[in-house]
Write a protein that binds this ligand. Structure first.
Ligand code: EPU
Length: 421
């Protein structure tokens, strides 16, 4: 197991490039199951969740080669329809092979994803949508077994108790591309990753419109072809780099960043007294560390993303005054709070809300990351804190951030990895 050694760091300075978006790449990789022709994907980050999805595709007999940020997927050798527990249990996003397998092979067996550190994460909307398209779905020995004699387009309302669902929209949209007739997804997720998937499906010959709005329409086609496609930049990585610079101070340019994907984040940072310049293909952030307290509510896109809530709370811990965080997507996603408190943060948390009273200084401590975004929050806090912080649970960081410590070190942060015997 690795650990990160973080030391109080100077203001960050320099330029870094955004990596491709993990959460766009995962469903796009699953969508390759919809064709038998080769696909080349550019800008795919080398993170463990991507490696897990590649293993799932290989388990289905598909050839996957990853060179740098290019992924070649050749689905021609498809041999099976089962995504097994040992892989699905590593990553809930594995569920998005269900729709494509069903659409192209009329049968899928996918281990049912279990609970998750972010709280209950039901899959009812995925199942509702696929059943509406004509799938029969049963649970057998812990696996979801879905079969169909042929999917048919229909109108599907995909609203859940917490709003729209990103991966349920993705699953249904993928399945609908090969269904007979027209599908209309109402209350579809509007996240940029859904738009990216729709654009990839269009590049494969699908007929999709309305992506980026709550109503997506798909006119089924008999087959899809191969494609060459570049995945969007990772808006959560970009947001993390902006917040790290805001918290530590300095001036950093993130190239490849898309301002239209981080509008709510930029607006919040500006309220907090952080200067952000948005240019063609870059974002530049400047901070003198005199941060104002802010009130933030996480919401589906274009709202403030839940995947930046933890990092924002690290920043709030060092802002002047009392900040408020309301988590509307995963009300239980506060596992980073006890760890930030160990570093001297003053946070009280009840239900889906947290009150953060800014302090002058955090103090370094041994801390453990519970999940991907919590680990990024603890990296920011550890670099800002006095003395040394040892962060365990780095495998969570590796699931979704490509070379984050290398990028931060390049900007002047004092961060290094050690193998924890
Ligand atoms: N929900 C349901 N029923 C469902 C599906 C979801 O009630 O069938 C609920 C969830 O419990 C949650 C809300 O709907 O309260 C939104 O969840 P969503 O389905 O949108 O989440 P997801 O698609 O499973 C993706 C990202 C997450 C990100 C969320 C929200 C991927 C691989 N994962 O998950 O990313 O937090 O959307 O934006 O795209 C991360 O990268 O750290 C991460 C957790």
């Amino acid at each position: 197991m690795d650990k990160l050694i973080l030391q109080h760091s100077p203001p960050l300075r320099g330029t870094v490039a955004a990596s491709g978006a993990k959460n766009a790449a995962l469903p796009i990789m699953a969508a390759c199951l919809l064709t038998e022709e080769p696909v080349v994907l550019e800008g795919v980050p080398r993170v463990t969740d991507v490696l897990t999805m590649a293993d799932i595709l290989r388990r289905l007999g598909i050839r996957v080669d990853h060179e740098d940020e290019r992924l070649r997927i050749d689905p021609n050798h498809y041999t099976g329809s089962t995504a097994p527990y040992e892989l699905v249990s590593l990553m809930r996003a594995s569920i998005c092979v269900l729709g494509p397998l069903l659409a192209r092979h009329h049968r899928a067996r996918v281990s049912m994803p279990g609970g998750c550190i972010l709280g209950p994460r039901p899959i009812d909307l995925h199942l509702k949508g696929l059943a509406a398209l004509g799938a029969a779905i049963a649970v057998e020995h812990g696996d979801l077994v879905a079969t169909t004699s042929g999917l048919r387009g229909t109108v599907i309302h995909l609203a859940g108790a917490f709003g729209s669902s990103v991966l349920a929209t993705a699953n249904v949209m993928m399945a609908a591309t090969l269904a007979q007739g027209t599908t209309r997804i109402e209350h579809a997720a509007c996240e940029p990753e859904v738009v990216d998937l729709a654009n990839f499906l269009i590049a494969m010959g699908a007929t999709v419109s309305g992506q980026g709005t709550p109503v997506i329409q798909i006119d089924g086609v008999p087959e899809l072809h191969g494609a060459h496609y570049r995945v969007i930049p990772d808006r959560i990585e970009v947001g993390t780099l902006l917040m790290a610079t805001a918290t530590l101070g300095g001036e950093v340019t993130v190239t490849g960043a898309r301002g239209d994907h981080v509008g709510a984040v930029v607006e919040t940072l500006r309220e907090a007294n952080v200067q952000i310049e948005a240019g063609e293909g870059f974002l530049r952030v400047r901070s003198d560390r005199r941060l104002n307290a802010v009130e933030v509510t996480t919401l589906p896109f274009p709202g403030f993303p839940t995947d930046l809530q933890a990092q924002m709370m690290a920043m709030m811990s060092l802002s002047r005054g009392v900040s408020l965080m309301m988590e509307k997507i995963y009300p239980e996603r506060f596992m980073h709070v006890p760890e930030l408190r160990r570093m001297g943060a003053q946070i009280t948390h009840e239900g889906g809300s947290a009150i953060v009273k800014g302090v002058e200084q955090l103090s370094g401590a041994p801390v453990t990351a519970s999940d991907l975004r919590a680990s990024a929050a603890l990296v920011i806090a550890g670099l800002a804190a006095e003395n040394t912080t040892e962060l365990r649970g780095v495998e969570h960081l590796d699931r979704g951030y490509e070379r984050l410590e290398e990028k931060l070190a390049h900007l002047g942060a004092s961060i290094r990895r050690e193998h924890d015997a």
